[in-house]
Design a binder for this molecule. Structure first.
Ligand SMILES: O=P(O)(O)OC[C@H]1O[C@H](O[C@H]2O[C@H](CO)[C@@H](O)[C@H](O)[C@H]2O)[C@H](O)[C@@H](O)[C@@H]1O
Length: 266
């Protein structure tokens, strides 16, 4: 085992990273908020920890190694905050929007979907207007009702009221919970589907996926041996390994970049 293993990492995680580094073709896929980037009040101000970003760029330069970000953010927002080279595969809006080398998939909502998006926006804006600190982030196929800046008791009621109003509206709506956020979309893409597609596109025989939130569980449950699923932070998870948060995720990526360099460059 590499002697530069950061002390914060559990030994069995380091061992699994070593095994992953020896894959013929490796996919390194990571969630953004809460995993690469510590959470902040303004989503536009979130940035990956510098050590994590550098490790991903090193991995990107190594032979038979692909790097991807899978996020609930709108693709434009992910492009802006992640600031990654074009060779990094990006899946935004939980995979409903993608930027893969040489192609960008636009959402292309039909008029009926556009109407539904408009209606969902009205519902969520009405709820947000009743609770101090609550606000609505606009996305191409839906919205995120943010309650991070609300009092916890207000946040719970705001989310409950939004759910009641959305259910009363009916129709084909996908609703997901998250950290201080309720995600509402007229498209039903999941990060698990995005991960499966990325695995197929890259023809990877092993993959790492690290994520921190409920929507990342959709990836953890479709991963298979010899993949490594890594949960960032607390909460129930189907992931095999867990670290405390973005600083430890950065340590894991640094170690993986070191080990992968050894395995592929000698
Ligand atoms: O899938 P992710 O990359 O983790 O994106 C999930 C949501 O992240 C953003 O919101 C969260 O992070 C913000 C910045 O730290 C924080 O202020 C907010 O409370 C969190 O919910 C983003 O704004 C959403 O669009 C993403 O879906």
């Amino acid at each position: 085992m590499n002697e530069s293993v950061p002390s914060s990492l559990p030994t069995d995680l380091a061992r699994e990273l070593q095994r992953l580094a020896e894959a013929t073709t490796l996919l390194v896929a990571v969630d953004f908020d809460g995993t690469l980037a510590p959470e902040v009040d303004d989503p536009a101000a979130a940035r990956a920890l510098p050590a994590a970003r550098v490790a991903l760029l090193r991995l990107l330069d190594l032979p038979r190694t692909r790097v991807a970000l899978i996020s609930g953010r709108a693709l434009d927002s992910l492009v802006s905050v992640a600031d990654m080279p074009d060779a990094v595969l990006l899946a935004g809006s939980h995979g409903a929007e993608t930027r893969y080398p040489g192609e960008q998939t636009p959402l292309g909502l039909d008029p009926e979907e556009e109407n539904r998006v408009r209606r969902l926006g009205e519902i969520l804006q009405a709820v947000a207007g009743r609770f101090r600190g609550a606000w609505v982030e606009v996305k191409p196929a839906g919205f995120a009702l943010h309650t991070r800046l609300s009092r916890p008791e207000d946040a719970a009621v705001a989310e409950r009221e939004a759910l009641v109003a959305l259910r009363a509206e009916g129709g084909d709506i996908t609703i997901r919970g998250g950290k201080n956020v309720l995600e509402v979309s007229v498209r039903s893409a999941t990060k698990g589907e995005a991960f499966a597609l990325l695995r197929a596109i890259t023809e990877a025989d092993a993959a790492l996926y690290a994520g921190d939130d409920e929507t990342d569980e959709d990836v953890f449950v479709v991963m298979r041996h010899p993949d490594l699923s890594l949960k960032s932070g607390h909460g129930d998870t189907a992931a095999r390994q867990r670290v405390a948060g973005p600083a430890d995720v950065a340590d894991a990526l640094v170690l993986l970049a070191d080990l992968r360099a050894e395995a592929t460059l000698g």
